[in-house]
Design a protein around this ligand. Structure first.
Ligand code: DC
Length: 435
């Protein structure tokens, strides 16, 4: 599996410096996508192609060759590393980057160069368009004045003539064009981590990003090891039986647990379903699991897996790791696969312990997954305080079918999730009366 780091941000925010250092540290290939737009701009200047001459632009894009060797950039075999940083290119590159044909061609080229590799790319649209599923997305911000000073210094080091005023104006104009264009405007992806570099040293930025990458690599490893659908096996089954048996004894002695209306669950479990409950305590999930003969794969926050003991436990109980607060596509895919394999999932719509009390927005993941896979949701009301030697009850309720709540409203998922949560809250007051 390849590892992709996307670094986006405005001109002169420090993307190149950061990406070069991080590439070296983590042994990643570095692709400066801005250089690809600069090469095309240089080619258009050399060939005197007008920005509006779409026919000639298309023709040129078919024949142009861009290559990177070490720190050098080659255009049609010629080393253009210095030329692409000069004023003529600087002034024209943003208008050229707006041309749809140029973007399409260079996005494809960038994907081709980076595909299957451990790579860091910097640009404007890497996290939003080129690699929307990148492992790490960073967006750098920085004050215009500070960026102008940095650019002037860089130019001086490279022997490129410019003044502070020129640098400032060029950056200002390019920012405006890059962020306001219609296709792939420069903006942070929803799940990007934004870092303001104005008052940070180069090392400060690198340390922050290094930490983010190390954490993400850990998470990726956990995910690989933790939950593999179809890998439930006899070893895990025996482990679960033993652990459940052992845990039942203290649970029975401390909480005198009582389960009601379990038949609602039995009606639908063979087809695969989702069990959803209110979340009062760490021990409510444990209670639901250990007093149910059917394995329930709970969705758990990925941070829990950092504990070695829990990792072993979660692995055997098939807990699905989820990165909370992010649109965790990998987790969603795992959940869908599990439901299609007729497994039973466990989800807390509150997203966190006592989420209702904390006025957290009810998560709509359970309703979304059930609707997409055509499965039912079994609400469970957990009743009790979890004070030792007081009773805890698990009150199962009538299966909830998301199809019954589907409307044309854009926010039907949220509304249905709130209705589901209301049913759970009712069940947490006591068992549902039988008809
Ligand atoms: O990063 P840079 O300054 O070398 O980029 C030059 C120009 O290329 C920038 O003004 C906008 C454009 N660009 C883009 O539109 N998309 C990218 N992914 C990278 C650069």
């Amino acid at each position: 599996m390849s590892f992709v780091v996307a670094v986006d941000g405005s001109s002169g925010s420090g993307k190149g410096t950061l990406a070069t250092a991080i590439a070296k540290k983590f042994n990643l290939m570095y692709l400066d996508t801005g250089a690809t737009y600069r090469c095309i701009t240089l080619e258009m200047i050399n060939k005197k192609i007008d920005l509006k001459d779409t026919k000639k632009i298309k023709e040129m894009l078919k024949n142009v060759e861009i290559d990177f060797k070490g720190d050098d950039t080659f255009l049609n075999g010629e080393n253009v590393t210095k030329e692409i940083r000069e004023k003529a290119v600087n002034d024209l590159v943003s208008p050229v980057s707006k041309i749809p044909e140029v973007r399409e061609s260079l996005t494809a080229l960038q994907r081709k160069i980076a595909e299957g590799k451990d790579v860091i790319l910097d640009g404007r649209d890497i996290g939003t368009v080129v690699f929307p599923n990148a492992d790490v997305k960073i967006y750098l911000e920085c004050d215009l004045e500070e960026r102008a000073k940095r650019r002037l210094k860089q130019n001086q080091e490279k022997g490129i003539e410019s003044t502070l005023e020129e640098c400032r104006e060029n950056l200002r104009t390019r920012d405006k064009i890059d962020s306001s264009r219609e296709i792939a405007p420069a903006k942070p992806a929803d799940d990007a981590i934004i870092i303001d570099t104005t008052n940070l040293t180069i090392k400060g930025v690198q340390d922050k990003v290094s930490k983010i990458i190390v954490d993400k690599k850990k998470i990726n490893k956990i995910r690989e090891q933790s939950y593999k659908i179809g890998e439930d096996n006899i070893g895990k089954y025996i482990y679960r039986c033993i652990v459940k048996f052992i845990l039942r004894i203290p649970y029975l002695l401390v909480y005198f647990p009582k389960t009601t209306n379990m038949h609602y669950f039995k009606e639908v479990k063979d087809e695969g379903c989702i069990v959803t409950a209110n979340h009062l305590n760490m021990l409510d999930a444990a209670g639901i699991i250990i007093f149910n003969h059917t394995p329930i794969d709970f969705v758990g926050k990925i941070e829990l897996y950092k504990n070695k003991f829990l990792l072993h436990f979660f692995h055997n109980f098939q807990v699905i790791p989820v990165n909370r607060g992010k649109n965790d596509i990998e987790s969603i895919k795992l959940c869908m696969k599990a439901l299609k394999n007729k497994r039973v999932l466990g989800i807390f719509p509150e997203g966190t312990r006592k989420g209702l009390e904390k006025a957290e927005k009810i998560k709509n993941g359970a309703v979304y997954l059930a609707y997409k896979t055509g499965k039912k949701i079994v609400p469970v009301g957990v009743q009790g305080s979890f004070k030792p030697f007081t009773r805890v009850c698990f009150n199962y309720g009538k299966p909830f079918d998301p199809k019954d709540y589907k409307t044309d409203d854009e926010d039907w998922l949220d509304k249905a999730s709130e209705t589901l949560m209301k049913q759970i809250v009712e069940l947490s007051k006591g068992p549902e009366k039988q008809d």
